[in-house]
Design a protein around this ligand. Structure first.
Ligand code: GTP
Ligand code: MG
Length: 453
């Protein structure tokens, strides 16, 4: 019995596993998948078609009936993928049946009765990993693809499934390995006068460092591509923040009233702008708190402001704007609202100091311009789909960058320490690729998967 496990879970990879691969519940078609050494044998016991399942060619589809003992269950379409040319690298049998909770559960029950075991979350992909069908980065990308929030995020994940990051990591590993072995040789056999040009190696390592910096910066700037851009509407009470929120969203989501301090809790709306997921927040008006609830509301507003990608600071431009007790970060745009009532003369000097957009949330004036500004802002802050896409990958690259910097620092005076750092860098790349699978690593990745994937 071969057990490979992570955490409390011990997975026997000799078992034949079964799970529904499509979302549970009503649907035109549901797919139940069997994978493992006994997949064909188990399928043969329950499926009756024109021929025996064992006689079917790989990658073919066959119509037939499922039997629960002698009870005829359902007509299904059976697809066969023979090892090693399948997702998991094992024999896979897929049953396509009419979607519906009862039918799915019943079929799984029949297959379990005939020798299959219900799969754990992510176990199909785990087998693909164990059987060398994909590396860890690619396995991770499957989950990323499933949960992608935008087309850019999807394209970035697909590039990892196709091996863009893995290839880059393998090539870098080779480059570092070459430097490491030459450095070690020059340390261990100084009398052999092994050619080791310190300044050339330094130059090469600094190129690697630059590459790593670009990768990290690109990911950091693009985080909102994966997580959604957080745009926070804030400003003094009664400025028309909730009205603006509703005007952008295009429906009456947030309560609007002429009573200052109407909004207490944060209201949010999700939508996409040019393939970038956006979360828009309406927050409580800032200023002297009127009561305990108001100060709690304002506390929440400030928390949101600190994590925002973009702040729309809304003021009522028709009356003299009170001194703004807010340190505008670079990511702020001043929205001068209620322009249908005119702009108070006293404000003109203040508005000239900031990047401003004039709106009337009441009449809908300036909303298109504001949306265009947001679009341009997001576009300017994101470029091509980033090479890395998860916090784990980002963290490993950060360690790697530290290794390279230290290796450069030690290169001239403490060659042994420099070699140690290069070795750690190579180990970090192996970890990125999942070449040494530890239970913790597997647990952290596969616990996010759904059953059937
Ligand atoms: N004339 C005019 N009135 C507006 C405009 N935008 C909002 N108002 C009015 O201003 C009042 C306050 O609007 P809200 O959207 O509730 O303002 P808020 O900033 O969310 O207020 P708080 O949640 O209390 O901080 C309401 O009576 C709105 O109808 C505008 O562009 N022009
Ligand atoms: Mg409000």
């Amino acid at each position: 019995m071969s057990e490979i496990g992570f955490n409390r879970l011990r997975l026997n990879i000799d078992d034949t596993i079964v799970a529904c691969a499509t979302p549970p519940g009503r649907g035109a078609i549901s797919i139940v998948r069997l994978s493992g050494p006994r997949a064909i044998e188990i399928a043969e016991r329950v499926f009756r078609g024109r021929k025996r399942v064992g006689e079917f060619k790989s990658h073919t589809a066959h119509l037939g009936c499922i039997f629960d003992g002698e009870l005829r269950f359902e007509r299904v379409l059976l697809l066969l993928f023979r090892a090693p040319n399948s997702y998991t690298g094992e024999d896979i049998v897929e049953f396509h049946l009419h979607g519906g909770r009862v039918a799915i559960d019943w079929l799984i029950e029949i297959l379990v009765k005939n020798g299959a075991r219900p799969a754990e979350p992510g176990e199909f992909t785990f087998r693909a990993l164990v059987n060398g069908k994909m590396d860890l980065i690619q396995a991770e990308s499957i989950e990323e693809i499933i949960s992608a929030q935008s087309r850019t995020a999807l394209l970035s994940s697909v590039s990892r499934l196709e091996g863009r990051l893995s290839e880059w990591a393998r090539r870098l590993k080779e480059r570092l390995w070459d430097i490491y072995t030459r450095l070690e040789a020059s340390i261990n056999f100084p009398e052999d006068e092994i050619e080791f040009d310190i300044s050339a190696v330094y130059e090469e390592l600094s190129k690697v460092r630059e590459e790593l910096e670009t990768i990290c910066a690109n990911y950091d700037r693009n985080r909102f591509v994966f997580e959604g851009a957080e745009i926070v509407i804030a400003g003094p009470k009664n400025a028309g923040k909730s009205s603006l929120f509703n005007a952008i969203v295009g429906e009456n989501r947030a309560i609007v009233s002429d009573i200052p301090g109407t909004t207490r809790d944060i209201v949010e709306a999700h939508f996409e702008l040019d393939n970038i997921p956006v979360v828009l927040y309406d927050t409580a008006g800032l200023g002297k708190p009127s009561d305990k609830l108001d100060s709690e509301g304002q506390k929440r507003a400030y928390e949101k402001l600190s994590s925002a990608h973009l702040i729309l600071f809304v003021v009522d431009g028709s009356v003299k704007v009170q001194k703004i007790e807010f340190k505008f970060p670079a990511k702020t745009v001043l929205v001068v609202n209620k322009i249908d009532l005119g702009v108070a003369k006293e404000n003109e000097k203040l508005f000239a100091e900031y990047r401003t957009i004039k709106t009337s949330a009441l009449l809908g004036t300036g909303i298109d311009e504001l949306l265009l500004f947001i679009r341009n802002y997001l576009a300017a802050n994101h470029c091509e789909p980033p090479l890395i896409g998860t916090a784990r990958q980002r963290e490993t690259i950060r360690h790697l960058k530290n290794n390279i910097e230290r290796a450069m620092g030690y290169l001239e005076t403490q060659a042994e320490l420099s070699a140690e750092e290069l070795k750690s860098a190579i180990e970090n790349l192996s970890e990125l690729l999942g070449e040494n699978l530890t239970p913790d690593l597997l647990e952290s990745i596969f616990s996010r998967f759904c059953i059937g994937k």
